[in-house]
Ligand binder design. Structure first.
Ligand code: SF4
Length: 66
């Protein structure tokens, strides 16, 4: 299934930087993580899922096509 949306729960994110390390093409971390506007969710599907699993506060949310 293709990922259609990725977002960060900013209240949960601690800005640890792990997601940017795992997938710098999609995530950018300053004070908190953000999803890059031009990110290609299809190309980086596996990395997005990995980053979401690895996130210590489960702040990375994504939605897959039905
Ligand atoms: S891995 Fe999670 S807590 Fe760490 S910067 Fe990314 S979204 Fe925030």
């Amino acid at each position: 299934m293709a990922i259609v949306e990725v977002w960060i729960d900013e209240d949960a994110c601690t800005g640890c930087g792990l997601c940017e390390e795992t997938c710098p093409d999609v995530f950018e971390v300053d004070d908190v993580a953000t999803v890059k506007e031009d990110a290609d969710f299809n190309e980086f599907e596996e990395e997005i899922k990995e980053a979401a699993e690895e996130c210590p506060t489960e702040a990375i949310q994504y939605e897959e096509e039905e």
